[in-house]
Design a protein around this ligand. Structure first.
Ligand code: FMN
Length: 274
């Protein structure tokens, strides 16, 4: 059935992709002012923001309300969750090999008896872990991949200087400057496709999130600082690790290091651990 617009202007396609681009390229104060401390709160309460971006799930004024009970803190997991935050910088101090190993073993390495700390769709483990090591005691600086079934690091033969690589590949220089190690999540899509077909990409993203969260919690438990980093130049990472960027490609990354006690947020970490 022709719409009236199609009858009047039959040569103009109604699904013109330029409409998407035009809409997506519009600027608004929300997009430009994301550094505002009120940003998240405004998004949930400001009528203009709600009209533009949708009603948050908590805004159903006429629905019955059931406030949650107060938290009962006490377990180590709850204190890790409460104290977690994303570091904005790191100190120059190294991370011990013991802390580094524990973090990777508990979150990502497979054991025969109990699997691993982060779940994996179908137990296919399609997310590979590559590391840029800059300041871990006992480990030469360089690039590594982690064999999760044997809990062993393999040093890659790459001549690129690791710290310089981080500075050139990340959009956030403070995070690149003093981290002790930076971890990249690499999806190997064929490993998922054999079972999940076109659902694979979705599962790859979800699993990466599980792994990153497990690692961030392990870091918090060990008193280390961390920051998830989605701001990186994909091509540089893929090229360094010789990935084709399609079948195998970087999805996400996390920077780890010792807390920078000169920054307010990191001082909070140390106080909470006392
Ligand atoms: C998917 C994702 C990507 C992120 N990428 C970056 C990043 O590139 N640079 C950065 O400084 N922080 C990054 N962050 C951290 C967020 O800025 C941070 O989580 C947010 O400000 C809330 O602070 P909190 O983690 O301390 O609660 C990222 C977080 C997520 C979940």
């Amino acid at each position: 059935m022709n719409t009236s617009a199609e009858k009047i202007l039959p040569w103009i396609p109604l699904d013109d992709p330029a409409e998407n681009y035009h809409q997506a390229s519009k600027l608004s104060r929300w997009v430009n002012d994301s550094s505002s401390a009120m940003y998240a709160y405004d998004l949930m309460t400001d009528p203009e923001a709600i009209a533009s971006f949708g009603v948050p799930s908590s805004n159903y004024p006429s629905a019955e309300h059931y406030p949650l009970a107060n938290s009962r803190w006490g377990s180590s997991i709850s204190s890790v969750l409460r104290n977690r935050h994303s570091a904005q910088s790191f100190s120059n101090a190294p991370v011990s090999f013991q802390d580094f190993s524990t973090l990777l073993r508990e979150s990502a390495c497979l054991t025969e008896s109990y699997g691993r700390g982060a779940p994996s769709a179908g137990g296919l483990y399609p997310i590979d872990i590559y590391l840029c090591i800059t300041n871990v005691q006992g480990l030469p600086a360089g690039f590594y991949t982690l064999a999760t079934h044997t809990a062993t690091l393999h040093k890659l033969e790459v001549s690129t200087e690791p710290r310089q690589f981080l500075k050139e590949s990340l959009l956030f220089n403070d995070l690149a400057a003093h981290s002790a190690f930076h971890l990249f999540f690499i999806a190997s899509m064929p490993r998922l496709r054999i079972k999940y077909g076109q659902r694979s990409y979705r599962f790859a993203l979800i699993e990466t999130g599980h792994l990153a969260q497990a690692m961030i919690m392990c870091a918090q438990e060990a008193g280390l600082a961390s920051c998830p980093v989605g701001g990186f130049i994909d091509q540089k990472i893929d090229d360094l690790f010789c990935l084709d960027g399609v079948e195998q490609s970087v999805l996400y990354s996390v920077a780890f290091g010792q807390p920078d006690f000169s920054r307010a947020a990191d001082v909070r970490t140390s106080q909470n651990q006392k």
